[in-house]
Design a protein around this ligand. Structure first.
Ligand code: PLP
Ligand code: COI
Length: 366
């Protein structure tokens, strides 16, 4: 149904939005993903009517039948993106078309209907617009947007559902990691893998994250911020972190990131970094990199930096790599002259309208 025209949004503003003083207090220290705005978007789908009933309304709990397919067979997908406030007023989204496309690809992988790209972008823009008072203006702050879709059909047979609910909620956020801009520590999981060829690794579906939780819990027990997953076949190729892609920076200035082999999430931050790094004259290779090589290159000094990247985390240098087979540390470049820092600055300058948008990535909402 991706060629259909978008239904008009009906807007029912919240009758009692959070008061200014309370909102200001929440925005002063929002953490990540714990504070939510006043409104939400809902759009319904069924195989007969297609997409319909697009609504912006007060955020509230939803009801569903206990037999709803999502509750049993996890037919669910989501996106993660941010709205940024501009210094002179107004707000922008960063590459929302890329999120819309990935959402459609995830839908296809989970046998769900594709939400037309314009409807996706419009839904997110509508929420950002009505909840504009919730967009942080503090340095590093942004409004995290979570579009998602769940299967609603009440039926316990295993098949693609016939009806779906698409929603968008929003959450003002600061830094994803409590450590702020300090290097993060990662735990290499030898017991669990995240995705196998032919599986759902390239889709952003809740099931991938549910299955990653014991590995993430193991990482946290080891005192680490994130888990590093290795490939499912040889158990040696670095794939990605629980919620971020990964880059390596070598002493000749070149960068390596694992290729999009179908088992990792095609990160929009990853893609943006590749473009920005190449534009600044750096050589970026998308090629497999093993955990043994990571250790050897860290120890020899050939590897200068490693960093994680994603919408939530932006770019976070990796300091310590913990592994049952032996731990090692990264000798990071100095805070302000590392490649990670410089790429982070290029990316965030673009996202905040402080740099010229040479790629047409910045989408003005208001
Ligand atoms: N890998 C995983 C597993 C993720 O959850 C994310 C975050 O969305 C990423 C990578 C980075 O993707 P993006 O840069 O599009 O946020
Ligand atoms: C994102 O970066 O948007 C994600 O979905 C990752 C998650 C760890 C919050």
């Amino acid at each position: 149904m991706s060629g259909e025209s978008a239904p008009a949004f009906k807007t029912i503003p919240h009758h009692a939005p959070v008061a200014d003083a309370e909102r200001a207090a929440l925005l002063a220290n929002p953490d990540f993903g714990r504070v939510f705005t006043d409104h939400m978007v809902t759009i319904r789908y069924n195989t007969d009517a297609g997409w319909h009933d697009a609504t912006v309304e007060a955020r509230r709990p939803i009801t569903m039948d206990p037999a709803a397919a999502v509750l049993h067979y996890a037919q669910e997908i989501f996106e993660g993106m941010k709205a940024y406030s501009l210094e002179g007023g107004g707000a922008v989204l960063f590459r929302p078309d890329a999120n819309a496309r990935r959402f459609a690809n995830s839908a296809e992988r989970l046998a769900m209907p594709a939400l037309p790209e314009d409807m996706f972008i419009q839904s997110v823009s509508q929420l950002v617009s009505i909840d504009r008072a919730w967009i942080p203006t503090t340095p590093g702050g942004s409004l995290y947007l979570r579009p998602f879709m769940i299967a609603g059909e009440a039926f316990l047979g295993v098949k693609p559902a016939s009806d779906y609910l698409y929603m968008v909620i929003a959450s003002p956020v600061g830094s994803y990691f409590k450590s702020g801009p300090k290097p993060i520590s990662v735990w290499v999981s030898r017991s669990y893998t995240r995705a196998a060829p032919g599986g759902t690794g390239a889709a952003k579906c809740g099931g991938n994250y549910a299955a990653s939780l014991p590995a993430q819990a193991e990482a946290m027990r080891q005192g680490c911020d994130q888990v590093v997953f290795l490939d499912a076949i040889e158990r040696r190729w670095v794939e990605e972190l629980g919620g971020m892609n990964v880059f390596f920076v070598f002493d000749d200035g070149s960068l390596v990131t694992p290729p999009l082999s179908g088992t990792i999430l095609p990160g929009i931050t990853r893609d943006s970094i590749i473009t920005l790094a190449r534009a600044s004259g750096l050589d970026v290779r998308e090629e497999p990199y093993s955990i043994e090589q990571w250790r050897a290159d860290a120890e020899s000094g050939r590897l200068r930096e490693a960093f994680a990247c994603g919408t939530a985390a932006v770019i976070a240098p990796i300091g310590e790599v913990k592994d049952g087979a032996g731990s090692f540390s990264m000798a990071q470049g100095r805070e302000n002259d590392s490649v990670a820092q410089s790429l982070r600055r290029s990316l965030t300058d673009l996202q905040r309208g402080a740099a010229a948008d040479a790629y047409g990535w910045v989408h003005r909402v208001f």
